[in-house]
Design a protein around this ligand. Structure first.
Ligand SMILES: [Zn+2]
Length: 334
């Protein structure tokens, strides 16, 4: 069963945009494996590959008897089409899953660094100067403080990076509608949200964005036999430093008695280079020209940062995905 859910915006070629839902297996299945791609738009190249691999390899068809597989393709179709991490609202979708009526956490580190992170000019001299200043901030305050400032999420600068938004994005509301429509009766759910750009090249880290004693984290450690990471350690942040991340919100919305969810995060290139690509792309969409040599170079830069197109990297991605899916199938069959 397939459903195409239209996004109200268009892609760079004027094309229509969709988030697609594929459901394999009985609609009434109580055990469901959910695989999400493109939370961070440009990371959807990798997530799509994993989803296609599940279909083409026969692994999705080899799911436990009576269970179902739900693939949600391109959660953030706008970011995927425009080759951005963020949504049409310039929002990091993985910081948007909070109750916006309840107020937003402050990120004083980000406020201090915003002018450095998001200058209005973008050239070699500006890049060298601002990168040196960011390194200076890390020397003075520690790497953890820099990571928290840059990546923890911020709700004060709508034109900045890591902006979590001050209201629900289309992508958040759309995913919630999908969860409500398809997973209301699910009792056991395994969730994989595919990401790229953090950690060692080619390694797929199963991040658990839950407090360590959360039942979802406890069960995940059991199912994965400890081969998972309790908090985004690669980011030198604790889970309490992150706000509005989606897996706990998804878990709460589904409210299934058995839930194991992981952000399967594949490393690409070193963190400072990923950060630079994000900064460049933010500059491009606020101050630059997409259709220019600089614009095209920045698009190539951000694509390479989130999707290393080598056979070796893709092979590592698939092998880890296959193993993760197999483990979740065994758990769901439990
Ligand atoms: Zn991501």
């Amino acid at each position: 069963m397939l459903e195409a859910r239209p996004n109200p915006n268009a892609g760079p070629g004027g094309e229509a945009l969709f988030c697609d839902v594929a459901w394999l297996g009985p609609r009434s299945a109580s055990a469901v494996l959910v695989v999400l791609s493109g939370t961070h738009g440009i990371e959807c190249f990798c997530g799509s590959g994993v989803q296609l691999g599940l279909l083409q390899s026969g692994l999705a068809a080899a799911r436990p008897a009576g269970s179902a597989v739900m693939l949600v393709h391109a959660l953030n179709p706008y970011g995927f089409a425009w080759q951005r991490r963020v949504t049409e609202e310039n929002v990091d979708l993985n910081r948007n899953f909070l109750d916006h009526a309840a107020g937003h956490p402050d990120n004083p580190g980000y406020r201090a660094l915003h002018p450095l992170l998001c200058p209005t000019e973008w050239n070699d001299a500006v890049i060298a100067e601002t990168e040196a200043a960011l390194e200076g901030y890390a020397r003075e305050n520690g790497m953890a403080a820099l990571r928290k400032a840059v990546s923890g999420g911020q709700y004060s600068h709508a034109d900045g990076i890591s902006f979590g938004g001050t209201r629900d994005t289309w992508a958040k509301s759309n995913l919630e509608a999908v969860l409500d429509a398809y997973l209301g009766a699910a009792e056991s759910v395994g969730l994989i949200d595919v990401h790229t750009g953090l950690g060692p090249h080619g390694f797929g880290d199963r991040l658990l964005p839950f407090l360590p004693d959360d039942p979802a984290a406890v069960l995940a450690r059991e199912w994965f036999a400890g081969d998972c990471t309790d908090q985004p350690a690669g980011a030198h942040m604790t889970v309490t430093d992150l706000h509005g991340v989606s897996p706990p919100a998804i878990r709460d919305r589904i409210d299934a008695p058995v839930f194991v969810g992981t952000a399967l995060e594949y490393g690409t290139i070193p963190m400072p280079e990923v950060r630079l690509a994000m900064r460049a792309d933010n500059w491009l969409h606020h101050h630059g020209q997409l259709d220019s040599p600089k614009g095209r170079a920045i698009k190539a830069q951000i694509r390479a940062a989130f999707y290393p197109e080598t056979v070796a990297w893709k092979t590592q991605v698939w092998e880890r995905a296959e193993e993760t899916v197999g483990t979740l199938f065994r758990g769901l069959a439990g």
